[in-house]
Design a protein around this ligand. Structure first.
Ligand SMILES: [Ca+2]
Length: 135
């Protein structure tokens, strides 16, 4: 059982289409991993909600201790916050294990997808600009 500390920096994002009647969205991002032990997604990060925008600036920094041996895949999801009813799912993507990360780390844009949204015709529903490194 190897526990390592990682730094996550959810910088910003872009939402492809509006989810609210004003043509905008109230996006937030959740990150987690699929556990090898349980097969379930364990979420450890949630950004603030950026209101009424398709270009959210999350600026979320977080140090997180993770048991890398237990990570099947990393999961990134984005939702549209709604005051009434369930939040709308915007999109998701999965990444491989992050045990390879160095102190220098990575900073890149990840496309998110929602297969059930025919309007998007297979294109990305959003993207997230995300930095990850080992502490
Ligand atoms: Ca909303």
């Amino acid at each position: 059982m190897v526990k390592e500390t990682f730094h996550f920096f959810v910088v910003s994002g872009k939402v492809t289409k509006g989810y609210d009647s004003n043509g905008l969205a109230d996006p937030y991002v959740k990150m987690g991993f699929i556990s090898k032990k349980t097969g379930k997604t364990e979420f450890f990060l949630k950004t603030k909600v950026c209101k009424k925008t398709l270009l959210p600036e999350f600026q979320h920094n977080q140090d997180q201790e993770l048991e890398t041996d237990d990570i099947e895949k990393m999961v990134i999801e984005m939702y549209d916050n709604d005051l009434i009813g369930k939040d709308d799912f915007i999109g998701k993507t999965t990444l491989g294990n992050i045990s390879y990360l160095t102190k220098e780390g990575t900073l890149q844009r990840y496309n998110l997808f929602n297969e059930n949204d025919k309007e998007l015709a297979g294109g990305p529903s959003a993207n997230v600009y995300l930095g990850m490194s080992k502490k």
